[in-house]
Design a protein around this ligand. Structure first.
Ligand code: UTP
Length: 300
């Protein structure tokens, strides 16, 4: 029987250079998306999928992250004395959300290296990895489906999103074969950020993975790849083409809404897309946005 999955690993140690100077003294995962930091959406997703044991792989500037998921006594006291129960609830929510642990990465030597730092905490169980700057809209299911596929097939599972061919050089790209399930494919190969024109497909690996503990041994012997970093994609490629015991790799094709908040343009789109549907902000924001868009049309 497959081992149940209880742990989520969230790497948040990247330098976030695409978002400088905002990320000079603050991790990009703490940038607000409407009124919550991106990382809170990711932790909420893990918890909703049943993974409340969360390990964050942090780097410099981890204080803001730790504080966000910790109790802030003076703030709670101030809200309590003002009688502002609604805001107090919001503050307490992120404190009580999950059992959050931290380990430091030291030098940010790549996503593969960050994942390897979770070895002691994870042990010999399968586990999920969620990238802290990648938000999956809570109205669209992905992680729960991936966990189910992992439990059924007992393999490594990645999330795949069809992207425009002009975007393939920004992602790990998979070569796949069909399975009996409409949304599940077998991954036969993977390449990190292929040069334009060299991509074997337009199926991009996005920031959700369900890994088996064998990944640690593979990462330990994975040499630095693209950009001189230890790439998770290279280890997954070894698994996809490796020996039978390693179980291979499957992909769940995601057709829902995903926001890459580490990219400035996607970040702006995420805020607008999430805000228009908010019951507290949407009714005022929507008509303003429509009027603003019409004005933009007039300008061009
Ligand atoms: P990215 O490649 O998007 O992060 O990594 P980055 O390097 O911070 O981004 P830019 O290009 O400089 O703006 C994806 C995820 O992996 C984490 C990041 O924090 C992000 O959540 N990561 C990346 C690490 O934890 N450690 C690393 O060494 C690299």
């Amino acid at each position: 029987m497959a081992t149940p999955i209880t742990k989520a690993v969230i790497p948040v140690a990247g330098l976030g250079t695409r978002f400088l100077p905002a990320t000079k003294a603050m991790p990009k995962e703490m940038l607000p998306v409407v009124d919550k930091p991106a990382i809170q959406y990711v932790v909420e997703e893990a918890v909703a999928a049943g993974l409340s044991d969360v390990l964050m792989i942090t780097g410099r500037n981890k204080t803001a992250l730790e504080n966000h998921f910790d109790k802030v006594g003076e703030l709670e006291q101030a809200l309590l004395s003002k009688g502002d129960a609604e805001k107090l609830e919001k503050v307490k929510f992120s404190t009580d959300l999950a059992d959050v642990h931290y380990v430091r990465q030291g030098d940010p030597m790549g996503l593969g290296h960050a994942v390897l730092r979770s070895k002691m905490h994870v042990g010999r169980e399968p586990f999920a990895v969620l990238l802290g700057d990648d938000i999956i809209d809570e109205r669209d299911v992905l992680l729960k489906r991936m966990l189910k596929v992992q439990q059924k097939r007992n393999t490594t599972v990645v999330a795949l999103l069809e992207v425009d061919p002009s975007q393939t050089h920004l992602y790990g790209i998979a070569t796949v074969e069909p399975t009996g399930d409409d949304d599940v494919v077998r991954v036969t190969g993977m390449v990190e950020k292929p040069a334009p024109g060299d991509a074997p497909s337009n199926l991009a690996v996005i920031g959700r993975y369900v890994l088996r503990p064998e990944i640690f041994e593979i990462l330990e012997s994975t040499p630095p790849g693209k950009g001189g970093e230890i790439q998770l994609t290279d280890a997954l490629q070894a698994l996809a083409t490796g020996p039978e015991w390693a179980g291979g790799v499957h992909g769940v094709i995601f057709r829902g809404r995903r926001y890459d908040t580490g990219d400035r343009l996607d970040y702006l789109k995420a805020i607008v897309q999430l805000a228009v549907d908010r019951v507290d902000l949407g009714p005022e924001f929507r008509p303003w946005l429509v009027e603003f868009a019409a004005e933009l049309d007039d300008r061009s």
